[in-house]
Ligand binder design. Structure first.
Ligand code: PEP
Ligand code: MG
Length: 861
């Protein structure tokens, strides 16, 4: 129970203690309960949350309104003692862009305790926001601490809720004039991110003197988490700790020890090999962190991010960060500078988007997303707050970006984590503009066969390079689904990421072979290896040219059996290039691209526009859109799916759609709106029973009638669960077509997690058991005259094509890039030979035997 005194009276606001009243009625709860890591982990500050029962936010204290957020869902007040109180209504409500909020105050206005600040439409928020949880935190927590809070009970507006104390640090700082400085190496693998920064602050705050942490010419207040995070200190960086006050030398030493110990995170010594260790050639001993000596042959292993092969020479990317000054020249001047820089970067990106013929649709989408980031009120708002307290525009912008980078970093979703590079990129561009630096990290004069080597590459690094000038990319960090990986694939160059720090030892100009297919980088390869790779590249190019010449023709086996070759698409912008490579339609549009990597669900209009883009790109060829397939390995940040012990066997695929029928209905409506009418077919993932398909079809039919469309809508089932294959004849009664998702079918049939690297060699979709399930599916479907497609990974595998065709599959939906070669190969096959091989394969015992059989029968594969 609270023992707080009544709040609101100016008399209760002493220099050291301040009472804050409940700004809203509801259930008071701890920040840990807030479904947003930025609040739950107190990155923004300490405070309290209220699950509201009233729809009006009122002032918790007397003070001045520092800011009202552009999206009207949050405001900051400065109390009479200087504490800055952030009030934030709901979670992810920034995305509503003001809808449903009515502010009653404006910046600079004085308010009294209990005066209305913002009212909101509770029903609308309940429908559209991720949570209504309303947060009150002390934003300048370096000077204040929460000393008491009411929690786990309902509170009325105006009731005492929080007690904070502080405000006297500046006075205390004068307690001594001793100064001390010490340098310490940061060994935390992810740098000084939110958690260790907060740990540092916990050690620093009790000290009455001042503590500053310096890095590369910048200095941050050691008692502010945000300032420390804003330093952007990485693993291996040397920090300078400057202490002023009594016992300065001892305090500096103690803090340095805490940093060395990792501030609660595990440390990774600099000499320790990275997660992806370098395999050294026998007999070669190289000192850690030293560049590889000329001629030292090394094989580095990383993660495949874009397939392909390249020979060339290393070009190091300049990753030095400019020194920034923290102090601004006054809020007005800094705001003007930031606005100008943002406008300048916007113009540059728009010009980049205008440049014709420089890349794929993915590239356009990535840079359009960067434009949206530039306008994001979360960044401009946070930077504005920094500027308001005297920071320079570059410092405030960097801190705003880094704060969100840390939020992404703390999320469990790896896809969202891979968007950190985009934030850094936008951060870097704006800072380069503010500091008047050129900003280009990739050298302008690239040698022929340039292979970029970097710790981390950013999308703008690649956009700056004229087409055809890069041979490959390799990075120490990064993930296979990062935007850089997507850009590399669009440019047709191999990329290997997550090579660890070994790759940073590659000296500029070193000859390299990059094998994107195997995720390997060969440093200083012998002359013979380089030549043989060049020969392979020449042979591949010649073959691709011939294959492309016939890619647009129908595909038939040598004995005239028509096999349709469709494309799997992950994003709408790739449809046109898939069609250009001979795709006869799209056999699987993974609609998750629209739902993942974001904090709110896409609207019907947004979905309809994206699906339409795919249809337009395919120029009236059939477009099969798979309804949302999330859950399992693809969690959604905004869908409150329960934590499951075994998510791959839990709520995923169609089960999610039926559990959230509005989500399905919205998606179906968006699909049906695509023109020309009837061009889209609907594919339903993870079907285990005909009832699920019937339930989806009922929604499709209702929406079709509601839209007044006459054309029938074809609805198909994915066969990914063994029971769906076994009961294909039952399913085919209700399905217009079946499409086998061999990726999941294999994982469920073999009981092997498809993400388990250890099991990967055995997880082969050509396992005879999986092939028997394919055979059963075709047999069941044929009883009702339904066609069967394969849209899993083996549809792109030339070794699988003869067997699938032999088993009666008539459509393969493959990765666009393999389509020309796949079609050319199918034309050489005869159905009789395929059937014979398929029959034999079903009698074998494992995938290796099946592959050996195919290799024997079709030597060249
Ligand atoms: C599959 O499971 O084979 C499939 C195509 O679906 P996804 O890979 O998207 O799970
Ligand atoms: Mg699947």
């Amino acid at each position: 129970m609270s023992t707080l005194k009544p709040a609101g009276a100016a008399a209760s606001q002493t220099l050291s203690k301040l009472q804050l009243a409940a700004p809203i009625a509801g259930w008071a709860t701890v920040l840990e309960e807030v479904p947003d890591p930025a609040f739950a982990q107190r990155m923004v500050g300490d405070g309290i949350a209220v699950d509201p029962t009233s729809a009006e936010l009122r002032s918790p204290c007397d003070g001045v309104v520092l800011s009202v957020h552009a999206s009207r869902h949050a405001c900051t007040l400065r109390t009479l003692t200087g504490a800055e109180i952030l009030l934030h209504i709901g979670i992810d409500t920034v995305s509503l862009r003001g809808e449903g909020f009515t502010p009653h105050v404006s910046e600079g206005q004085s308010v009294r305790t209990g005066e209305p600040l913002i009212s909101f439409d509770m029903d609308l928020l309940a429908r559209k926001a991720r949570s209504l949880m309303t947060v009150m935190v002390v934003a300048n927590g370096d000077a204040y601490t929460v000393t008491h809070r009411v929690q786990n009970r309902s509170v009325a507006t105006g009731e005492p809720l929080l007690e904070i104390s502080g405000g006297e640090l500046a006075a205390q700082a004068e307690t001594g004039t001793e100064t001390a400085e010490c340098r310490v190496r940061l060994l935390i693998p992810h740098g000084l991110h939110a958690r260790p920064a907060a740990a540092f602050v916990r050690h620093a705050r009790p000290y009455p003197g001042t503590i500053h942490v310096g890095l590369k010419g910048r200095s941050a207040n050691g008692k502010s988490v945000v300032a420390l995070m804003g330093l952007g200190a990485h693993h291996g960086d040397t920090l300078t700790l400057s202490v002023r006050g009594g016992r300065a030398a001892q305090v500096a030493q103690e803090l340095a020890e805490q940093v060395t110990l990792g501030l609660g995170d595990a440390v990774r010594p600099l000499a320790e090999p990275s997660a992806a260790p370098a395999e050294k050639a026998p007999g070669v001993a190289v000192a850690p962190a030293q560049p590889f000596a000329p001629g030292t042959e090394v094989l580095l292993k990383g993660t495949l991010a874009a397939a392909g092969l390249a020979v060339g020479q290393a070009v190091r990317v300049n990753e030095e960060e400019p020194a920034l000054s923290q102090q601004g020249r006054g809020p007005q001047e800094e705001e003007r500078r930031l606005a100008e820089a943002l406008a300048g970067v916007r113009r540059d990106i728009e010009a980049l988007l205008q440049t014709e013929g420089k890349g794929s649709a993915a590239r356009t989408e990535i840079f359009q997303a960067h434009l949206a980031l530039l306008d994001d009120p979360e960044f401009t708002g946070a930077a504005g707050q920094g500027i308001a307290i005297g920071q320079s525009a570059e410092w405030a912008w960097k801190a705003a970006i880094e704060k969100h980078v840390q939020v992404l970093h703390s999320l469990a979703d790896p896809l969202l984590q891979e968007r950190m590079g985009d934030l850094r990129d936008i951060g870097r561009r704006v800072i380069a503009s503010l500091t008047g630096q050129d900003g280009a990290r990739v050298p302008a004069n690239l040698p022929p066969g340039a292979i970029l080597v970097a710790n981390e590459l950013l999308p703008s690094d690649l956009a700056a390079v004229p087409p055809g000038r890069l041979a490959a990319l390799c990075t120490a960090r990064g993930g296979p689904t990062s935007h850089v990986a997507i850009l590399a694939a669009g440019m047709g160059i191999p990329a290997v990421v997550a090579l660890g720090e070994g790759v940073l030892r590659v000296p500029p100009g070193a000859p390299l072979i990059v094998n994107g297919d195997r995720g390997e980088v060969h440093v200083h390869p012998p002359e013979a290896a380089r030549e043989s790779t060049q020969n392979t590249l020449r042979a591949r190019a010649a073959r691709r040219k011939t294959d492309l010449a016939t890619a647009h023709e129908d595909c038939r086996t040598s004995d005239g059996v028509r096999i349709e070759v469709f494309a799997n698409l992950g994003r709408p912008g790739d449809a046109a290039s898939a069609a250009a490579q001979g795709a006869e339609g799209c056999g699987l549009l993974r609609s998750e691209f629209l739902f993942l990597e974001r904090l709110t669900a896409p609207s019907e209009d947004e979905q309809a526009a994206q699906y339409q883009e795919s249809a337009t790109g395919l120029q009236n060829r059939p477009l099969i859109i798979r309804t949302l397939d999330v859950g399992g390995d693809k969690p959604l940040a905004y869908l409150p799916l329960p934590a499951e012990e075994n998510p791959v066997l839990g709520l995923r695929g169609v089960r999610v759609s039926l559990r959230y029928p509005e989500l399905l209905r919205t998606q179906v409506r968006a699909i049906l709106r695509v023109k020309p009418e009837g061009v889209c077919r609907i594919l339903v993932p993870m079907i285990t029973s005909a009832h699920e398909l019937q339930a989806v079809r009922a929604v499709v039919e209702q929406e079709r009638r509601a839209l007044g469309y006459a054309a029938p809508v074809l609805v198909g089932a994915m066969v990914e669960v063994p029971v769906a294959a076994v009961l294909a004849d039952r399913l085919a009664v209700h399905a217009d077509f079946l499409s086998i998702g061999t990726n999941d079918l294999t994982q469920y049939a073999l009981a092997m997690d498809r993400g388990n690297a250890y099991l990967a060699p055995q997880l082969d979709s050509l396992h005879p058991g999986v092939l028997r399930l394919v055979a059963q599916t075709v047999e069941g479907a044929s009883k009702h005259g339904r066609p069967v497609a394969v849209c899993g990974g083996i549809a792109s595998d030339p070794q699988a094509a003869p067997l699938l065709i032999g088993l009666g599959v008539t459509e393969l939906s493959a990765t666009p890039a393999v389509i020309p070669g796949l079609k050319a190969f199918i034309r050489t096959l005869s159905l009789a030979q395929c059937q014979e091989a398929a029959r034999a394969a079903l009698e074998l015992t494992n995938g290796d035997e099946v592959r050996a059989l195919v290799a024997r029968t079709w030597q060249s594969q």
